[in-house]
Design a protein around this ligand. Structure first.
Ligand code: FE2
Length: 287
């Protein structure tokens, strides 16, 4: 059996958005151009050295029916929530938050010298887990394995497995892979992804070419861009002269109806209406 290298289905240029209390972000999933890539509902990239772009933060707000995954490359964000967690996410840390039936939380960037840089991904929950108890996995940077493979490619393994090394994020319904991949100049990298799973790459440093070898005529994808792959068994990438760093994320599609309203993602409109009703009458947070 020959393994199929996934072709590039789409290349998305992130759009500038204002989110939270006025934070400037680059959004590439959850836009008019790309609503979602099942099971991924939203992808935001924040990166700025101007505190005015991020200091207003994300004051207390609810979520239901999804998981939010925050990966800080550089910077500091204080968080606290309605189930008693609080702490700081800083350089290289990950927070994988399963909102389940409901959580209220705030995410407030702290002013730093230099760049505030990171990502937030939303992963959908299957209908049977949308009303599960909320859960956090806070992963400090030093708990994230760093794997160096041939040709000097370096990978931080946040979720999934590479060369027998597993990432610390566990028991997520979408069976995700979440890798931060640094590829040296003019070097290739490939990674198996289960056939049938959605796969995306977000290039945030340098540029490279994705897809099968014969697609060398393909244009190089330069940061910041989101690549959405077609189906197949593995992804293949080749960095250009400056090298390339990208996130590689995959997950199992749910193939369920999506009813979304801001921070709530359910299966039906009536579940959304019920959620808004519960927020209004104070029964949204269920112990
Ligand atoms: Fe949030």
């Amino acid at each position: 059996m020959t393994l199929q290298v996934r072709k590039v289905a789409r290349i998305i240029e992130p759009r500038p958005v204002l989110e939270g209390a006025g934070v400037r972000l680059k959004r590439s999933i959850a836009t008019a151009e790309l609503d979602h890539v099942d099971p991924f509902l939203l992808f935001d990239h924040f990166g700025s050295s101007n505190p005015a772009d991020y200091m207003k933060g994300f004051p207390m707000h609810p979520h239901r029916g999804i998981e939010t995954v925050t990966y800080m490359i550089e910077g500091r964000v204080n968080h606290k929530d309605s189930i008693g967690n609080s702490g700081t996410i800083t350089d290289g840390d990950v927070q994988w938050m399963t909102s389940g039936r409901g959580i209220l939380h705030e995410e407030m960037p702290q002013q730093i010298d230099g760049e505030m840089k990171g990502f937030q991904l939303w992963v959908n929950l299957p209908a049977k887990l949308k009303m599960t108890a909320p859960r956090y996995q806070n992963i400090a940077s030093d708990q994230i394995p760093k794997v160096q493979i041939q040709d000097g490619v370096k990978i931080r393994v946040i979720a999934g497995e590479i060369n027998g090394v597993s990432g610390p994020v566990k028991e997520i319904a979408a069976e995700p892979i979440y890798l931060d991949v640094s590829v040296p100049p003019n070097t290739s990298f490939s990674q198996p992804i289960a056939s049938g799973h959605a796969a995306i790459a977000y290039v945030f440093e340098g540029e490279g070419v994705f897809g099968p070898d014969e697609s060398e005529q393909e244009p190089a994808v330069g940061q910041p861009r989101l690549v959405v792959f077609g189906d197949g068994d593995l992804i293949s990438a080749r960095a250009m002269d400056q090298g390339m760093r990208f996130l590689l994320v995959s997950g199992q599609p749910l193939n369920e109806p999506i009813a979304r309203y801001g921070p709530f993602v359910m299966n039906t409109q009536s579940e959304i209406e019920q959620t808004l009703q519960q927020l209004k009458n104070g029964t949204f947070i269920q112990k």
